[in-house]
Write a new protein. Structure first.
Length: 312
């Protein structure tokens, strides 16, 4: 069986009932792009992490990178991107999940990690949710509009269509029960769809899709990437703060399942960079610099291996 998805800004997928008219575009309508085949059940998975793809002797692989979810933990992605830039490993395409979409989006605009770092640190602590009461550690989620000033500052009127590096992020329209890729049009529109997720943000009809690692692999390959790298900032270290976990078991279980999805998806990619983010929950605004350094440390050996193996 072959399942078909479509790539594009707000391109959605769902089985359509007979006679039903279903909108397929968020924002301005445009002609749908060519569908991309996704392997169905029984189809052999992509090469495992330990199995390197075969390349022509004079042809460098095209690197596709998945920046996984993790709230403030996602600042570790900057450190990983720095190591890739240091080793002069070119990135062909980026898929960002949840807050990984912010880092990936900022990087993709010019393909310059220093600029992405500078802009990412314009985030203010007041832009993030805080505890709902003096005696409670439970976060009070905010509407994604609370990030409007930050998004306006760092993305302005930039369009994904003019990105130096191919970029896309997945989102899920909860009321319509549809999944889609934001890979065209306004960066700000893409972030408002791909970023919000509990416990940081409320559901305004569209939320991030942090489970979509396998879909990210498929999308990156559809963009021409043939060497896929997953950056996992969740597997080592708790996701939610201890007090929040004890007060809200549902949120804790949800993020634990996302973390397990990172593990399950690893055979689908060629390399995995696992960043130890222990001691830094998804709400750790003040730990962003330390997280970035952890990303650099985690990426060093794997990046050097890639350079030696593929000749970057």
């Amino acid at each position: 069986m072959v399942v078909m998805i479509a790539s594009g800004c707000g391109t959605l997928e769902r089985r359509q009932a007979p006679g039903e008219t279903v909108p397929t575009q968020i924002g301005q309508p445009s002609a749908p792009p060519a569908p991309v085949a996704v392997p169905g059940p029984g189809t052999p998975p992509a090469p495992p992490a330990q199995q390197a793809p075969t390349f022509l002797s004079k042809e460098l692989p095209k690197v596709g990178i998945i920046l996984g979810p993790g709230g403030m933990k996602s600042y570790a992605h900057i450190g990983v991107l720095k190591e890739l830039a240091r080793a002069r490993v070119p990135i062909h395409a980026v898929a960002g999940l949840e807050w990984g979409a912010v880092i990936g989006g900022l990087y993709s605009m010019q393909g310059q990690v220093n600029e992405a770092e500078w802009k990412a640190f314009k985030l203010r602590e007041s832009d993030l949710p805080s505890a709902s009461g003096f005696l409670s550690s439970r976060l009070k989620p905010q509407a994604i509009t609370s990030l409007n000033e930050f998004l306006d500052t760092v993305f302005a009127n930039s369009s994904i269509d003019r990105a130096k590096v191919e970029f896309g992020c997945p989102a899920y329209w909860t009321k319509a029960d549809r999944f889609g890729w934001m890979a065209k049009g306004s960066y700000k529109e893409a972030m408002r769809a791909c970023l919000p997720y509990p416990p940081l943000y409320t559901d305004a009809g569209v939320v991030a899709s942090p489970f979509s690692v396998s879909e990210s692999v498929t999308w990156l390959r559809s963009q021409g990437a043939n060497l896929i790298v997953l950056v996992d900032v969740l597997s080592q270290g708790d996701a939610t703060p201890a007090k929040l976990s004890s007060e809200d078991h549902a949120q804790s279980l949800l993020w634990s399942e996302i973390r397990r999805e990172m593990q399950r998806a690893k055979p689908l990619v060629n390399h995995v960079i696992t960043v130890n983010t222990s001691g830094h929950p998804i709400t750790d605004y003040n730990g962003r610099r330390a997280l970035m350094e952890s990303g650099s440390k985690a990426a060093g050996d794997i990046v050097n291996k890639m350079v030696s193996q593929y000749g970057f």
